[in-house]
Design a protein around this ligand. Structure first.
Ligand code: MSP
Length: 688
C-alpha cells in the first residue's frame, strides 16, 4: 500500500461532569470511522481523544456526588467516558486527561510563555458569569437575562484576572480564514464566525479565574487557575508531546499540525477563533481543518436528563449491538443539519438496512454456496451481460467513497456501500440462482453467480470495515477471506476460486420487533428516571451539607418536576415516563386519592414554578407544593376542590415539605389544568 503521509485527527475532549450521551458518542464514532478509513487508505494516522476535567461545574458536580476531592470525581467519570469509547470500538491512540501530569506541566509553561511575551496581561473582570458554560458575558450579550449559550442562570461576578490580547491577532486570523476556504467546515459555520465574531471586533479574553480552585494553577500567581478553555484546547498539542521550551517530542514533530479537529457546532467558536490565535501567539502552525459537525437530537429535541429523554450508547448497544449503533449514528447524521435518533427509527433502520439488505445478502449467498456446492466458491467462468452492471457498481464504489470521505461526507459514504449491497440483492433477483440449480447444464453459470456475489461482498465488507469493524470481520470470517487492499478495490475477481465458506453462517442481524424494543426501551427509561431522581436527591443533600442551599433548592425543584409533581418537562417526556412501567391493580390500589379543598395558597419564595397550597382533606390539613405557578395565581387557587394523592411519602422541595400531590392534566402543548370533581363533593371523599 502506498504511504499517503501522516494524518492527525482529534475529537473534542468530553467534560467529566457526567456520563456522555449518544450525541457525544456520535463524535468519537465519527472520528473513529475517519481514522480507520484513512489508515486503510494508506495514511499514517494518529487519533487523539480524551476528557476535559477542570472548572467550576466539575468542582460542583464532585460535591453533589459526595466525592472527597474533584480528582476523585473526575477519575470516576473519565473511566466512564473511556469505557464508552472502548465499548464503541474506537481505535484512538491516546486518551488524554487534562489532569495528566504532562499536560498540566505544559499548560503552566504555556501560560508563563504567553505572559512573558506580553500576550497575557493582568487586569480585572466584571460581568455576568455562567457557571454551566464557564464563561463571562456582558449584559448586552445576555438573552432575556440568561446565558446566550445554554439559557441557564448567570450571576454578577468580578475578579482580578489575566487577559489574552485577542485583538492583536484578529487581522491575521481573518486573512488565514479567507485564504484557506477549507479551514472551517461546513462553510456556513465559517461565515457565522466571520460575521458574528471577527467583523464586530474581538474582545480580549479572560484566561484565568480566582472564584474557584479546581483548575491548573498559574504557577507565578497561584490564586489564579487557568481558564478551562485555554487548558482544554491545548490538549491537541500537549497530547502529542508539545513543549513550550521547544523540546518537542517525536510525535509532535511528526504529526503537528493537526489535519482535522472534529468538534460539535456549539464549540466551533472556541476552535476557530481562540485556538488558532493561541497557536499564533505560541508561534506554531495552525490546524488544517476544523469541522463543526451537527447535533444528534432525540426525537428532534436536545437531550436533557431532566426531560428524561437522554439516550446512552451502552443502553442502545445492549439492545442493538455495537455496530448497529455505529451504523445508525453515522448514517443518520447529515453533513450540515442535525440528525434525529429515536428507538423507533433505530429499529426501522436495523430491520431494513442491517437485517434485510446486508444480513440477508450474506446469509443467502453463504447458504446457497453450501446447498449447491458444499460451501466451495468457484468461478465457473460463465459470464452474462447482467454481470457487467454488478461489476461496474462494485468496482466503482471505492472511488466514489474516496471522494465523499475527502469531503468528510461519512453518511454519504455509508450509503454508497449499502448501495453496493443493494445492487447485490438485485443481482440475486435478476439471476435467480434457485432456478439455475435445477438444471445440470447451468451449474457453471450458478457457480459464477455465487462467485460474483462472494467477490462483491468481500469488496463491500472491505469498505464497511472502517464504519462497522465487527461486522466486516464476521463477514470475512464467514467467507474465509480477509480485507482487500484499498488499491485493489477497482479490480474484480481476486477472491481465490476454490475457497470454502463457513458451514453454518452466523446470522449477522436478526430482525427486531418494534413492540419488543418498545418494552425494553420503556424499562430503560424508567430505570434511568429512578436513578436520576435518586442521584439528584442525594446531590441536593450533599450540596446542602456543603452549605450550597440555593443550588440544592434548584435541584430539589427540578426533581419535584420530573417526579410528576410539577408541570415541567415536555408532554412527550411525560408520556415516555408514563409508558415506562405497567402497574398491577395491587400497585394501583396502594395509592389513596381524595377530594381536597384548598384553604390557603402562597407563591414559594425564589421559585419560578412552585405554589404552596394548604389542602384540607376531611379533618386533616396538608401542605402540597406544585409546579403550576405558570397556570394559576396563588389567590385563585383558594376555595378550589381538587383531587389529591393523599398517601404520597412527604418530600422536600425547594427546602419545604410537600405532603401529597395535586392531580393535573397536561396537554400536548404543555398547558396544565387542575383535576376537580365533576359535581361538588365534600373534602375527604375517596376517589375510587
Ligand atoms: N469539553 C468541551 C470540549 C473541549 S475541546 C477542547 C465540551 N465537552 S462536551 O462533553 O460538552 O461535548 C463533547 C463533544 O460532544 C462536543 O464536540 C460537543 O459539541 C459534542 N456534542 C454535545 N452534544 C451533542 C449532540 N447532541 N450531538 C452531537 N454532538 C454533541 O464541549
Amino acid at each position: 500500500m502506498k504511504n499517503k503521509g501522516k494524518y492527525y485527527i482529534t475529537t473534542a475532549i468530553a467534560y467529566t461532569s457526567g456520563k456522555p450521551h449518544i450525541g457525544n458518542c456520535y463524535e468519537i464514532v465519527l472520528a473513529d470511522s475517519i481514522a480507520r478509513y484513512k489508515r486503510k487508505d494508506g495514511y499514517d494516522v494518529h487519533f487523539l481523544t480524551g476528557s476535559d476535567e477542570h472548572g467550576q461545574k466539575i468542582e460542583t458536580r464532585a460535591i453533589e456526588d459526595g466525592c472527597a476531592t474533584p480528582k476523585e470525581f473526575v477519575d470516576k467519570t473519565s473511566d466512564v467516558i473511556k469505557g464508552l469509547w472502548n465499548l464503541l470500538d474506537t481505535s484512538y491512540d491516546r486518551f488524554i486527561r487534562t489532569t495528566d501530569e504532562d499536560h498540566e506541566t505544559q499548560i503552566k509553561k504555556i501560560f508563563k510563555k504567553l505572559y512573558d511575551q506580553g500576550d497575557i496581561y493582568k487586569g480585572a473582570y466584571e460581568g455576568m458569569y455562567c457557571t454551566e458554560c464557564e464563561a463571562f458575558y456582558t449584559n448586552s450579550q445576555l438573552v432575556d437575562g440568561k446565558c446566550p449559550e445554554c439559557h441557564g442562570d448567570v450571576h454578577p461576578a468580578k475578579e482580578e484576572a489575566y487577559f489574552f490580547k485577542m485583538s492583536k491577532y484578529a487581522d491575521r486570523l481573518m486573512k488565514h480564514i479567507e485564504e484557506h476556504p477549507e479551514f472551517i467546515q461546513p462553510v456556513a459555520r465559517k461565515n457565522e464566525m466571520i460575521n458574528n465574531f471577527l467583523k464586530p471586533g474581538l474582545q480580549d479574553l479572560c484566561v484565568s479565574r480566582t472564584s474557584f480552585k479546581w483548575g491548573i494553577p498559574v504557577d507565578f500567581d497561584p490564586k489564579h487557575v487557568v481558564y478551562v478553555w485555554l487548558d482544554a484546547l491545548c490538549n491537541y498539542i500537549t497530547g502529542i508531546g508539545y513543549d513550550a521550551d521547544g523540546n518537542h517530542g517525536d510525535l509532535y514533530k511528526k504529526y503537528w499540525p493537526a489535519d482535522l479537529h472534529l468538534v460539535g457546532k456549539d464549540i466551533i467558536r472556541f476552535h476557530t477563533i481562540y485556538w488558532p490565535i493561541f497557536l499564533m501567539a505560541l508561534g506554531e502552525p495552525l490546524p488544517k481543518q476544523i469541522f463543526g459537525h451537527p447535533w444528534l437530537l432525540q426525537g428532534g429535541e436536545k437531550m436533557s436528563k431532566s426531560k428524561g429523554n437522554v439516550l446512552y450508547a451502552d443502553d442502545l448497544v445492549s439492545v442493538y449491538g455495537v455496530d448497529a449503533v455505529r451504523y445508525f449514528v453515522l448514517h443518520e447524521m447529515p453533513f450540515d443539519n442535525d440528525g434525529v435518533i429515536t428507538w423507533e427509527l433505530m429499529t426501522d433502520r436495523f430491520n431494513s438496512d442491517l437485517a434485510n439488505t446486508l444480513g440477508n445478502l450474506v446469509q443467502r449467498t453463504i447458504s446457497m454456496t453450501n446447498k449447491y456446492f458444499d460451501g466451495v466458491v468457484e468461478n465457473g467462468g460463465v459470464k452474462e451481460a447482467v454481470d457487467d452492471d454488478l461489476i461496474s457498481v462494485v468496482t466503482g464504489t471505492y472511488d466514489k467513497v474516496e471522494a465523499k470521505m475527502a469531503d468528510l461526507k461519512v453518511a454519504d459514504s455509508i450509503t454508497l456501500i449499502f448501495d453496493l449491497f443493494k445492487r447485490c440483492n438485485k443481482y440475486i433477483d435478476e439471476t435467480e440462482p434457485w432456478k439455475l440449480a435445477k438444471d445440470e447444464a447451468l451449474l457453471g453459470r450458478l457457480k459464477t453467480v455465487l462467485y460474483n456475489l462472494t467477490e462483491a461482498i468481500t469488496i463491500g465488507a472491505t469498505l464497511l470495515d472502517a464504519f462497522m469493524p465487527n461486522t466486516a470481520e464476521k463477514i470475512f470470517k464467514e467467507l474465509n477471506t480477509t480485507a482487500r487492499d484499498f488499491e485493489k478495490l477497482g479490480e474484480f475477481g481476486l477472491y481465490p476460486s476454490g475457497t470454502k465458506v463457513a458451514e453454518q453462517p452466523e446470522m449477522l442481524f436478526a430482525r427486531m420487533d418494534q413492540k419488543e424494543v418498545a418494552v425494553k426501551a420503556a424499562e430503560i427509561v424508567s430505570k434511568q428516571k429512578a436513578e436520576y431522581i435518586e442521584h439528584q436527591t442525594k446531590a441536593a443533600e450533599n450540596l446542602r451539607a456543603a452549605g450550597r442551599t440555593e443550588d440544592a433548592a434548584k435541584i430539589e425543584a427540578a426533581v419535584a418536576a420530573i417526579s410528576g409533581n410539577a408541570a415541567e418537562g415536555s408532554s412527550e417526556s411525560t408520556e415516555k415516563f408514563e409508558q415506562a412501567e405497567q402497574v398491577t391493580y395491587d400497585d394501583f390500589a396502594k395509592l389513596q386519592f381524595k377530594v381536597g379543598k384548598i384553604i390557603d395558597c402562597k407563591e414559594v419564595p425564589k421559585s419560578k414554578k412552585l405554589l404552596c397550597s394548604q389542602v384540607q382533606i376531611g379533618d386533616k390539613t396538608v401542605q402540597i407544593l406544585s409546579g403550576i405557578k405558570a397556570f394559576y395565581k396563588a389567590e385563585e387557587m383558594v376555595g378550589k376542590k381538587v383531587m389529591v394523592v393523599a398517601n404520597l411519602k412527604p418530600a422536600k422541595i425547594a427546602g419545604m415539605e410537600s405532603q401529597g400531590m395535586l392531580l393535573c392534566a397536561e396537554s400536548s402543548d404543555g398547558k396544565v389544568v387542575l383535576m376537580t370533581p365533576e359535581k361538588d363533593m365534600p373534602s375527604g371523599s375517596t376517589i375510587c
